[in-house]
Design a binder for this molecule. Sequence first.
Ligand SMILES: [Zn+2]
Length: 543
Amino acid sequence: MSLSQHIFHFTILGALWGALVLSKSLEVTEKNEDKKEAKFSFMNYKLVDVIPKDQNQLKDLRTLESINVVGVDFWAEPAQVDQTISLSVEPEVYKTLENFLDQRNIQHNTKVTNLQELIDDEMKSILKEDLDDFGYRDPSLSYYDAKSYNRLNQITTHLREIQKQDDSQSMSISSIGTTFEGRPIEMVTLSRSEDSAKTDKPIIWMDCGIHSREWVSPSFCIFTIKELLAEGEAGLLRKFDFFIVPVANPDGYVYSWDVNRMWRKNRRTPAAMMLRSGDDQVSVEIQKTRRSLEVIDYNLDEELGIEGGFLSTEAETKFTKDNISLKQFWPGSVFPGFPQAPQSGGFPSWGGSGNQWSQSVQSNPKCTGVDPNRNFDIAWAKVGSSNSICQDTFHGPKAFSEAETVAIRDIILNTQTSGREFASFLSVHAYSQFWMSPYGFKKIRSSDYFDQSRVMKKAVEALRQVYGTSFQHGPINEVIYLASGSSVDWAYEKAGINYSYALELRDQGKYGFLLPVDQIEPTNTETYAGLKAMGWEIAKEYS
Ligand SMILES: [Zn+2]
């Protein structure tokens, strides 16, 4: 289908809503002003553990994931035979899924029959942790609780408290970008100030929480900041500066607390994705409210123009030239794929809420946001990422279309341009207990794998020594499967940072994203031991 046909289809759909207005008008700059969204309920959602026993079953599960069925959320990738993965399943598609698994003799076990109960339990334990032994909050204390999960405002406040208490004045906080919802993306810089040679120190990068539901990840970044400062000159700060982004996806993080505990992506709305056509900043379209199509203004640059309601040929040419693939994010093209039509090869027709036409892209709460960790300019929009905005691995309208990824790219490249070197790049996720190196986007080992592997071994061995927790290590494509557009591949391949790693912290799936609060400190302690071992191993190259 050509672009103009897409536009045509979109226009027809818009007309059906009876609300499409085609006019040249001033750019609308107002922000979304929706009422606060009600909490998303996981009432009667199931958690199903699935164990592929051979390559065929593994392949079937991967296909199931890749065809973007509605109502099944893969909490982990189908990676290896005999490795259990958890699927979160909408009650409406539960039977269909069971049949699917039974027909293929895929072992499965429904371990949770009401996911909402687990989420409620987690919140109860967080609130309990907030209270002192007598059941009160001490107002003189920070609300940040290292033994618990913390909201974004608790984290940002706490960072400033840490900074204030740091006599060595090694810590600074800066904003490296602004999110779609207007929040700063904050970065902590740690650099021993009494050391005159400090600007020559190589830098270790660490970002946490780029996937918002992985709550233990930001907690690890903050733990690391405090430990590094406490160790001072005796620790890794003697050898390295640190750039640490504790919450790399703040909009998603807030949303995971306020609305949907299982939110992974950022919070860009579909219409906002059409707002700009790249570096030339041409507005294409804007919606006035988050999911309302009441008023749509085409707002094209003079040189582009519209012809009878459709984009002109010049516009199409220009978008092609600028490498903007409109069809990937134009709603008209998302509709046919949502819900996913049954595929050939015996895949069943899926029921569930997504199957109703009325639940359009605009009104389905899942059809918002981009996965920042599929948005980097490395094999962008290829294997292991989704074309559909309704999916958790949506790669976005183009590489680096997102504030979160641009922020990381720019601070790294600009710092390198200023003559400084990154010794390592760590992106911290949860869960699965993996320490992984490039590549994710292709099935080969990197030419630096020997060194990458040597350092990983040191890290996971030190980590294991603390509590016996075992981490698998290796290239992403071997440990999990193929995934394109990830930060670690970009950092290694495009920014040339040799020791680029993606970490997946505890656990191995028993609790998954809902890791109990009493595991936060042990998780942080052991992972920090791994980080230190990694740092000292890399430091040998700089002595
Ligand atoms: Zn993640």
